[in-house]
Design a protein. Structure first.
Length: 94
């Protein structure tokens, strides 16, 4: 594995602790337990955003959430640790 820059343990925008930071490297290494923990933590805010965008009853909500989570996991391999991983109040949600 290539040496990685440490992932910030707090969100620089909010100062809050980042519970997903410790999961980045294990998820990149495809650790099943870490992937499950990442998905369990990330799914609720992703679901909220998807429901806001598509409507709570849209038939594609579950598929879009799943695709977004898969994309997030795949994107972690290129994560440069210039920010936190915290998605609970991320700008991408607005």
């Amino acid at each position: 594995m290539v040496a990685r820059v440490p992932v910030p343990k707090t969100n620089p925008d909010t100062g809050r602790s980042d519970p997903l930071a410790e999961l980045v490297v294990p998820v990149i290494e495809r650790d099943a337990a870490a992937i499950e923990a990442f998905v369990r933590a990330a799914a609720p805010p992703v679901l909220r955003v998807v429901r806001q965008m598509l409507g709570a009853q849209h038939p594609d909500v579950a598929d879009v959430v799943q695709e977004a989570l898969f994309a997030a996991i795949e994107a972690l391999d290129g994560f440069e640790a210039k920010c936190s991983v915290d998605i609970s109040f991320g700008a991408w949600q607005h």
